[in-house]
Design a binder for this molecule. Structure first.
Ligand SMILES: *Cc1c(COP(=O)(O)O)cnc(C)c1O
Ligand code: SF4
Length: 457
């Protein structure tokens, strides 16, 4: 996998325009082959380290020194939430898969033998939930544009090729197939001009969401090459530019001391000055990610450009399935000037069985957490599933004429007419995804299903 990071950082202390933060640190990442070089890992047992190596054959692993040093509390390992969301855990693989890889490693099998087994297992871990790969790829003049998804009318997702890795990988990430080196499981734009070509032909699109991976691993220059054309004539309809990223809390030096940090901030500022709404969609999974001085300075700098920071994260067992974790995190975000936006339900892919939280429990956590914060934090949408038909929010549990039901709504729908229309499913304590829910009141199917089936044909 290419390690083309924007990592050359300023080493000259005098160039640091703020006080109290160590002159950074060149990004150092450890991947699966270097697990044993991680100094903090040496306190773990031989067995624990071996188990990590086993899982890391199948699922992506990468961590940088900032996450290791500043975010993981090594006294709490293995229960530390940031450790859980970064390091491979044995239970992330079904037992038979774990055993077969462990045996191959113990037997000293060839790389080729291991790779073949790994591929076989990866294919069984539902690498493409929700038909992402085939259903939403747009075309322009008869040609597929593989680095884009256009599922909802107003918003185009854009995956620049150079932004398809991250400063650290999250062990729960549904984009895992992109990170395990399988080009056939990856979608990415290779042509800088495709985005502009597509958007100029689609006046209905108001929002571009640049995503990855993490587009903030890209050099500022390259990000500018993709985005600056949108400031020109013919793109007036594109009013919002969002960038999805975890760099804010996992590599805050991106906004402080990376050698093109200032260029990046200037780019955001130029987009804002040109009249666009610019939002960093910051992935923040736990409150402790917001505590370091580096992160808080990075937040200030981004906000100074005029860009807003909205936050989102999945609800995860082992990591944040606790109302007070969310309420504290949202309160901190509001205090720092960030806007809570989405709580996601973990998709069924990769190691999701390890992290999944039943929808019923998710609702409870959301309700309890929102109840503890003021209205300023209640901009956040409750547990939301990005499913095939659309983004469905579980709004709550109600009792209607003696039936206990989930109240659901589409936040986004493959058909815009579905949006906001409440619908009901039988209450189910165990269900973790839309496809496990059954319509309430004896209905045979949900209102959108006949139409959705036709769309799939
Ligand atoms: C969530 C999502 C969007 C953005 O939806 P908003 O409601 O505008 O935040 C766009 N495209 C896809 C595929 C999504 O899942
Ligand atoms: S930073 Fe985002 S894209 Fe990258 S691994 Fe984490 S969740 Fe996935």
């Amino acid at each position: 996998m290419a390690d083309s990071f924007s990592t050359d950082v300023i080493k000259d202390e005098e160039q640091l325009s703020f006080q109290g933060i160590e002159p950074a640190l060149r990004l150092r990442v450890y991947s699966e082959r270097q697990i044993d070089d991680i100094p903090q890992i040496r306190s773990l047992s031989q067995d624990q380290r071996f188990a990590m190596r086993v899982v890391a054959q199948v699922l992506p692993f990468r961590v940088n020194q900032y996450v290791l040093k500043e975010l993981i509390d090594w006294e709490q390992v293995p229960n530390d939430p940031i450790f859980q969301m970064t390091f491979p855990q044995p239970e992330m693989l079904p037992e038979e898969h774990f055993t077969s890889i462990a045996e191959l490693l113990r037997a000293g099998s060839t790389a080729e033998t291991i790779r073949a087994k790994v591929r076989e297992i990866q294919a069984q871990l539902n690498p493409h939930p929700g038909g992402q790969q085939d259903l939403n790829i747009p075309t322009h003049e008869g040609r597929y544009l593989p680095g884009m998804q256009h599922k909802y009318r107003q918003t185009v997702l854009f995956f620049p090729q150079q932004g398809q890795t991250c400063h650290t990988y999250c062990s729960f990430c549904f984009r895992w197939p992109q990170f395990v080196g399988r080009r056939d499981l990856r979608f990415a734009a290779t042509d800088v001009q495709d985005l502009g070509r597509y958007l100029s032909a689609h006046r209905e699109v108001s929002d571009v969401l640049v995503t990855g991976g993490d587009p903030m691993v890209m050099r500022a220059r390259l990000l500018a090459a993709y985005l600056e054309p949108l400031l020109g004539h013919g793109f007036e309809h594109v009013t919002s530019i969002r960038i999805g990223t975890k760099s804010l809390t996992y590599w805050p030096y991106r906004y402080l001391t990376d050698d093109d940090a200032d260029d990046l901030l200037h780019l955001l500022k130029r987009l804002v000055r040109a009249g666009k709404h610019v939002a960093l969609m910051a992935h923040v999974t736990r409150g402790q990610e917001l505590e370091t001085e580096e992160v808080q300075e990075a937040v200030r700098r981004v906000r100074n450009t005029g860009a807003v920071i909205r936050t989102q994260a999945p609800l995860l067992a082992q990591v944040n399935d606790d109302a007070s974790v969310w309420s504290h995190m949202w309160q901190t975000q509001v205090r720092l000037g960030m806007l809570p936006y989405y709580m996601f339900v973990e998709r069924h892919t990769g190691p999701s069985a390890y992290f999944e939280v039943p929808l019923a429990r998710g609702c409870e956590i959301y309700r309890e957490a929102v109840g503890q914060i003021s209205g300023l934090g209640r901009t956040v949408r409750g547990p939301s599933m990005s499913a095939g038909p659309g983004k469905v929010e579980v709004q709550g549990v109600a009792e209607i004429s003696g039936n206990k039901v989930f109240v659901l709504r589409f936040i986004q729908g493959r058909n815009p007419a579905w949006v906001q229309r409440p619908f009901f499913a039988e209450y189910d304590e165990q269900a973790t995804w839309l496809d496990q829910l059954r319509p309430a009141f004896g209905e045979k199917e949900f209102f959108f299903e006949p139409e959705y089936r036709r769309m799939l044909m």
